[in-house]
Design a binder for this molecule. Structure first.
Ligand code: 0L1
Ligand code: MG
Length: 259
């Protein structure tokens, strides 16, 4: 069966526009390969850019062993960060989202391009101007956040919004593997982690992304932000929910859910 990438991209875009959860693609087709899933994701991005959005960065998901085990996979997923997804006032607009969840992220701000296929963690540190803390708001377009790996790739890895912290560190000033994060939702600590929870080294995760893009003739560009993936579980973000990620060396980042 041939997969119509544009059709499924429209399917996911309408789901987001109409705030309507939809059935996973794999429930409707015989087979969805990883290549087809990334092609749907690319078509989705093209449609977003065609509406006047801009590309502000890229992201990894499933970079912690815990999340990989949950999904029964042993590799991360890669997605895009449109400019419109960046929250600047700390408020997640629940009226524009379906069933959002939030999770802490280490965010690399690139000072130089990174082009695979042979990018190393050292190259990532060289190309990064600052590492900041962040919180990603994920919002699967699928019913009950239920999907296979290729479904979530097609859905741009559930990307929805992101809050970026103000305090950063130069990448070599702090050991990113021991940098700590405490994630607190409405005053309750829901998770703690160090950078090493991200496949041993968050910079190595970013290298994986650069090398993945390199295979498709793409690169990470100077000025972009790159999310390395969440090291703790994502938590529901409802009306009035206040989530704070407290990082050693990077200060705190907060997001609040508001209709
Ligand atoms: O950013 C992420 O880690 C999302 C990965 C995809 C799985 C999910 O939506 O939880
Ligand atoms: Mg994430």
């Amino acid at each position: 069966m041939t997969i119509d990438h544009g059709y499924w991209a429209d399917y996911l875009l309408s789901a987001a526009d109409e705030r309507k959860e939809v059935q996973a693609i794999t429930k409707q087709v015989d087979e969805l390969s990883t290549d087809d899933a990334y092609a749907i994701q690319a078509a989705l991005l093209e449609k977003q850019l065609g509406r006047g959005d801009a590309l502000a960065g890229a992201k990894l998901g499933l970079t912690s062993r815990a999340k990989q085990e949950q999904m029964g996979v042993d590799e991360p997923v890669y997605g895009w960060v449109p400019k419109s997804s960046i929250i600047t006032d700390g408020v997640a607009p629940l009226g524009e989202l379906i069933h959002p969840r939030c999770e802490p992220e280490l965010v690399f701000i690139l000072g130089e391009d990174l082009a695979g296929p042979a990018v190393t963690a050292d190259d990532v540190l060289d190309a990064t101007s600052t590492v900041v803390g962040g919180i990603e708001v994920i919002d699967s377009r699928y019913e009950a956040f239920s999907f296979t790996l290729t479904d979530v790739i097609a859905d741009n890895t559930s990307a929805a919004r992101v809050v970026i912290g103000d305090d950063g560190t130069a990448p070599r000033d702090t050991d990113l593997t021991t940098l700590g994060c405490v994630f607190e939702v409405d005053g309750e600590i829901t998770g703690t982690a160090t950078g090493a929870a991200l496949l041993g080294d968050p910079a190595a995760c970013v290298a994986l992304l650069a090398n993945h893009l390199g295979k498709h003739g793409q690169k990470l560009s100077a000025g972009w932000l790159v999310m390395a993936g969440a090291a703790t579980d994502a938590r529901p973000l409802a009306e009035g929910t206040m989530a704070t990620a407290r990082y050693s060396h990077l200060g705190s980042v907060t997001v609040t859910g508001k209709a």
